[in-house]
Write a protein that binds this ligand. Structure first.
Ligand SMILES: Nc1ncnc2c1ncn2[C@@H]1O[C@H](COP(=O)(O)OP(=O)(O)OP(=O)(O)O)[C@@H](O)[C@H]1O
Length: 240
């Protein structure tokens, strides 16, 4: 697999505080990577770097062999879609929400929107107002807005936090379907170690802004990681 992202000596600082510090991280094209770590570890910050919403304070984020010190151009930013932890939807119908990105890009929407709603079990809600939906339905609409674009990279920030098993299963199946069908590169931030195991062959562990370890998910999550902090984190012994 070719390298899609290469992070070298990356730091992100807010004032005097360094919230992220990654010496080296490569993400191959087509990979499904999980990022785990305690609250405040820098996981969302990493996702913002990967979708060019934020620039590193020092170091480089190379994408497809290129880097843009003044910000990535629109066509590159459009290859990468981030689904936020707390999604903001338009005050319209489910269908309008899912169609929005395609319309913005001037691409035909109807068939793709219908297929996406179907994939996410939302067809019967196509004309419902977004503001009338349950939390699980809202999360599925937010994911639908991303999936319909068939992005090259899908970044997910806790896409199933606080959802019931039915919604979790629908969301996971839709993500896996996109990944399989289009070879989409997926990076999922999750607090749910079982979810990382179900979905991602490789996991990166972030603690206190540092990439402590990355490797095969089953090895790390079975407590066989090489770093003692990884073992403490996955066994729930870590106090934070
Ligand atoms: N714009 C900002 N200005 C100042 N500090 C920030 C800013 N954004 C994030 N931080 C701080 O950076 C640290 C890392 O935040 P981040 O959201 O990346 O963590 P996280 O691992 O995603 O946490 P969680 O699991 O709770 O979402 C936190 O301590 C946060 O308070």
């Amino acid at each position: 697999m070719s390298t899609l992202y290469a992070l070298e000596h990356v730091t992100v600082r807010y004032g005097a505080r360094t919230v992220l510090s990654i010496d080296h991280l490569e993400i191959p094209a087509g990979e499904f990577l999980a990022v785990v770590g305690p609250s405040g570890a820098g996981k969302s910050t990493l996702l913002r770097l990967l979708c060019f919403l934020e620039r590193p304070t020092t170091g480089t984020v190379r994408y497809d062999g290129r880097t843009w010190p003044d910000g990535a151009p629109l066509d590159v930013r459009r290859e990468v879609t981030l689904v936020f932890q707390r999604p903001l939807l338009l005050d319209g119908t489910v269908e309008q929400n899912v169609a929005y990105g395609l319309r913005l890009r001037g691409e035909p929407a109807d068939e793709r929107v219908a297929a996406t709603l179907e994939l996410l079990g939302l067809s019967h809600l196509a004309r419902a107002r977004a503001r009338t939906l349950s939390g699980g339905e809202l999360q599925r609409v937010a994911l639908g807005r991303a999936l319909v674009l068939r992005p090259r990279v899908l970044l997910l920030d806790e896409p199933t936090a606080n959802l019931d098993p039915h919604n979790v299963a629908l969301i996971e199946e839709a993500i896996v379907a996109l990944h399989r069908e289009y070879g989409t590169t997926v990076v999922i931030v999750t607090h749910n170690l079982h979810q990382a195991r179900r979905l991602a062959p490789r996991t990166a562990v972030l603690l206190d802004g540092h990439l402590v370890e990355d490797g095969p998910t089953d090895v790390l999550l079975e407590g066989r990681g090489t770093d003692p902090r990884t073992r403490a984190f996955v066994s729930g012994e870590m106090v934070y």
